[in-house]
Design a protein around this ligand. Structure first.
Ligand code: KIV
Ligand code: ZN
Length: 507
């Protein structure tokens, strides 16, 4: 019988840890809901001790998600463990995930501890975590560069202390597939009580081997794989969920393993994560990249027309990717709109549906042809607009030309007060951003700004992405419009709103 592999998604923790990807509570919950629909077994919602904002995010996910286990990360220290438990204690299925580094490099330079001290701290942490929560995962950080004998010893001891899952991270993405497989084999053969725990792997992608290493480990009895949507994460990222799941799905004959993942949700979840984090998916990214199912060469197209199996090993529909044909027009009704959205994986409550239908009608008036990408862009706007903002855009006006200084006037609403100011700039966007800075009094550094066409044609919708930095933290704002100046202003305001909300929460 095919053995089940548990999928542990850490998009909201390791994924969110990469610079610029910061997600607020509503965004975390939105992604968690999609992960739940996708039937992810475990959602690691965050690292609660790291900030009050992260605590709130984890707690909110724990209170709202019922089907998936909710894990919270904590170092192997008392206050982290208590904080992690406080954040997830309302979860239907909580899991404390505690870790300590076990490699000589980390123990000597980072922890400044002897192996014996690390061993004792790990046992203490697992016992404490177990006193709160029946499910405890223990990770030996930098396991792939640790002394295997020390790993065997620490895993044996933490299992005796109550750990139900032991995780083997390739923290710096250093391992090679064969070597990583052998490490897991060694653990299975040399940890006497290993059968009392589930063995998990957590691979980073510094050498582009995260997925290969994770899949290799399955040969040696690994039951849980840790991964992220679109492979986002620290540095070069983590093993990508969609690649792992689709490899197991497409090559069942080879792996003879299965997951519970509903693959139809892969594409919508990937899109949502990309939009909310601001991390654009490379066009040739396996499974979810724009070109992953596009056949360009004539010889390939001819083959696919005769039989898709010539060049297609997976069907786009399996991951929830519909064809990009014209979907709706300005005469389309609410029911057609609702059913098309649901095919794309968006189940909306009545309020959101009404709101998005009105926006769809406005868009259909501006654009003759409304494509799948247009609907997705619109949905991301609707989802993001649900966030309670501090400043809202009321109006803007720009005067620009090749012989005059670009000047912008902006009106914002803050708690029912209208605030207005004007400013000049090096270009219309600079002028608009300067006017917003004057109104809000914010002095954040603009660290990134770009516009890209999301859809096709002269009336294409443009997505503006703005990243600002404040006190070492990045805040990304995004917006979509057929008017790129409007998209830029709204994106900039979103980034500022996120920054202000974070400041208020951390005050
Ligand atoms: O990469 C890593 O080692 C981690 C652990 C905390 C599991 O993210
Ligand atoms: Zn990691």
């Amino acid at each position: 019988m095919n053995q089940k592999i548990f999928i542990f998604d850490t998009t909201l923790r390791d994924g969110e840890q990469c610079p610029g990807a910061s997600l607020n509570t509503n965004e975390k919950l939105e992604i968690a809901r999609y992960l739940e629909k996708m039937k992810v077994d475990i959602i690691e919602a965050g690292f609660p001790i790291s900030s009050p904002g992260d605590f709130e995010g984890v707690e909110t996910v724990a209170k709202n998600i019922k089907d998936s286990t909710i894990a919270a990360l904590c170092r192997a220290v008392e206050q982290d463990i208590k904080c992690a438990w406080d954040a997830i204690k309302m979860a239907t299925k909580p899991r404390i995930h505690t870790f300590i580094a076990t490699s000589p490099i980390h123990m000597e330079y980072k922890l400044e501890k002897k192996p014996q001290e690390v061993l004792e701290q790990a046992i203490y942490a697992v016992k404490l975590a177990k006193s709160y929560c029946p499910e405890v995962e223990f990770s030996a950080e930098d396991a792939s560069r640790s002394n295997p004998e020390f790993l065997y010893k620490i895993f044996e001891n933490v299992i005796d202390a109550g750990a139900t899952i032991i995780n083997v991270p390739d923290t710096v993405g250093y391992a090679q597939p064969d070597e990583f497989g052998k490490l897991i084999q060694g653990i299975q053969e040399n940890v006497p009580n290993i059968k009392k725990a589930m063995v998990s792997v957590h691979c980073h992608n510094d050498l582009g081997l995260a997925v290969a290493n994770s899949l290799e480990s399955l040969k040696y009895g690994v039951q849980q794989i840790e991964c992220t949507m679109n492979g986002i994460g620290e540095r070069a990222g983590n093993a990508s969920l969609e690649e792992i799941v689709m490899a197991l799905h497409t090559r069942k004959d080879f792996y003879q393993k299965l997951t519970d993942i509903d693959t139809q949700y892969i594409y919508p979840t990937s899109k949502l994560v990309s939009r909310l984090t601001g991390f654009v998916i490379q066009p040739n990214k396996a499974i979810v990249g724009r070109n992953a199912f596009a056949h360009e060469a004539g010889i390939h197209q001819a083959g696919v027309l005769k039989s898709a199996s010539t060049y297609e090993i997976m069907k786009p529909q399996t991951i929830g990717l519909q064809s990009n044909q014209l979907v709706l027009g300005k005469h389309s009704g609410r029911n057609a709109f609702k059913s098309r959205l649901s095919e794309l994986g968006y189940q909306l409550d009545e309020d959101r549906l009404n709101k998005s239908f009105q926006q769809f009608k406005q868009l259909a008036d501006k654009k003759k042809e409304v494509y799948v990408e247009d609907l997705e862009a619109l949905m991301s706007e609707v989802l993001i607009e649900d966030m309670a903002d501090i400043y809202e855009l009321k109006y803007f006006h720009v005067t620009t030309g090749n012989n005059i200084a670009p000047t912008a006037t902006v009106k914002l609403i803050k708690e029912e007060n209208t605030l207005e100011d004007a400013a000049c700039g090096d270009g219309p966007v600079d002028a608009l951003f300067n006017a917003i800075d004057r109104i809000t009094g914010v002095k954040a550094k603009l660290s990134d700004y770009y516009i890209r066409a999301l859809t096709r044609g002269k009336d294409a919708q443009g997505e503006a992405v703005v990243e600002i930095k404040d006190d070492g933290m990045s805040f990304v704002g995004k917006s979509v419009s057929t008017d790129t100046l409007e998209a830029s202003v709204k994106a900039y305001l979103k980034a500022i709103n996120k920054m202000m909300i974070r400041r208020v929460k951390n005050a």
